[in-house]
Design a protein around this ligand. Structure first.
Ligand code: PLP
Length: 366
């Protein structure tokens, strides 16, 4: 893939490093989700990219929002997003954040533990609750297993308890893991939801919402299934298993922004260490390329020409783990001040600065 002349021109007017977002691609992504999930409620997961300009476009496009913390809620509040367009989907939340979200008027909260049920009942009484269940994350390149989700018996017990203490059981939610390349994952997850749905009904817990979460993949270096293919799998399974009264949500993060962003960095040093050529850039693993820790790789573009040779790309910090990617083929002519364009960087890059809306701990000198 080549980069458009317009992008190259605009990018040259700015000092690196920066993330350039193409709003045409972003709006196109919104339309793709709206078209393929026409009867679903779409909640963008703002942890993927929480830049004000991005949020403003999504607001205009009538997209709703899924938040993880007060920090994320405040960003939306500042842009006058009404509470009925926001759900609080992080299964573990600060008590203070629940309390302030409730005051703002947010009515739907996710849980996956008994203590969270108690917290929601205390700080957001009588609210709607979604129970997040464990589902298989096979096919995901950024799995979300272990830390999240309830077993079948926990789901039954916790919902019964939640009902007893005044909460309103609304539905079940799941996440098949981020960057999931297998559409079957959503089908299997929905089958599990169906099984639980029926068991809950037998116990007097009647639900009406299924939140199929995120996981929609972006093209980095491998082929991916399209939103259309995944949507068709979800809709077919949903039609087979659930009646019309069920409302479906999705919470795309990565796929809404990923392909709309190009991260531009400059070469600040080049040297040979042993047999390997190293390029040092003005941004790295701690400043945008965190996902490379789990092995994510990006396509890299340069305007230079020459014979392709393998490079190690690393960040500027004094830390030997600050290595973005190894064995990246680039022209042997690449040198000081040349710019590198990393494709599909619109999601989970710059948002790590205050990830999920959480800032860094303050330092108190005693
Ligand atoms: C609760 C929740 N919903 C949605 C998402 C978005 O997932 P993705 O970026 O894979 O679409 C996440 C990501 O971590 C999440 O935690």
């Amino acid at each position: 893939m080549n980069i458009s002349k317009k992008t190259l021109q605009i990018s040259k007017k700015n000092e690196t490093p920066f993330l350039i977002i193409d709003q045409t691609v972003l709006i196109n992504n919104c339309n793709q989700f709206k078209k393929n999930f026409s009867n679903f409620l779409i909640y963008y997961s703002i942890k993927a990219n929480n830049t004000n300009e991005v949020l403003k476009i999504l607001i205009q496009e009538d997209i709703n929002f899924e938040i993880a913390s007060l920090g994320e809620m405040q960003k939306l509040q500042e842009l006058n997003v009404p509470p009925d367009r926001i759900i609080f989907s992080a299964p573990t939340k600060l008590s203070r954040d629940i309390e302030l979200a409730y005051k703002y008027g947010i009515t739907t909260y996710t849980f996956d533990s008994l203590m969270e049920v108690e917290k929601i009942a205390k700080f957001a009484p009588k609210s709607n609750i979604l129970g997040r269940i464990i589902v298989d994350n096979t096919g995901s390149e950024w799995p979300l297993v272990g830390k999240f989700g309830m077993t079948i018996s926990e789901t039954l017990d916790f919902f019964l308890h939640a009902k007893k203490i005044g909460l309103n059981p609304l539905g079940l939610s799941f996440h098949v893991g981020s960057q999931n390349l297998q559409p079957d994952s959503w089908e299997k997850a929905l089958e599990k939801v169906h099984h639980l749905w029926e068991q809950l009904q037998k116990k007097g817990v009647h639900l009406s919402v299924i939140n199929a979460g995120g996981g929609f993949p972006v093209h980095y270096t491998k082929d991916i299934p399209s939103v259309e293919v995944i949507a068709s799998k979800i809709k077919k399974t949903a039609e087979k298993l659930f009646k019309d009264q069920t409302t479906f949500y999705i919470e795309p993060g990565r796929r809404m922004l990923g392909n709309a962003g190009i991260l531009v960095a400059s070469v600040i040093n080049r040297t040979k260490r042993g047999e390997k050529e190293w390029l040092y850039l003005d941004t790295g693993v701690y400043h945008g390329f965190q996902e490379t820790i789990e092995g994510f790789r990006y396509e890299v573009f340069t305007e230079k020409t020459g014979e392709d040779i393998p490079f190690v790309l690393c960040g500027p910090t004094c830390d030997s783990t600050d290595i973005i990617m190894k064995e990246v083929l680039l022209p042997d002519t690449v040198t000081l001040d040349d710019r590198l364009y990393f494709l599909s960087c619109g999601a989970y890059t710059t948002s790590y600065e205050a990830y999920n809306g959480y800032g860094y701990p303050e330092t108190i000198i005693v």
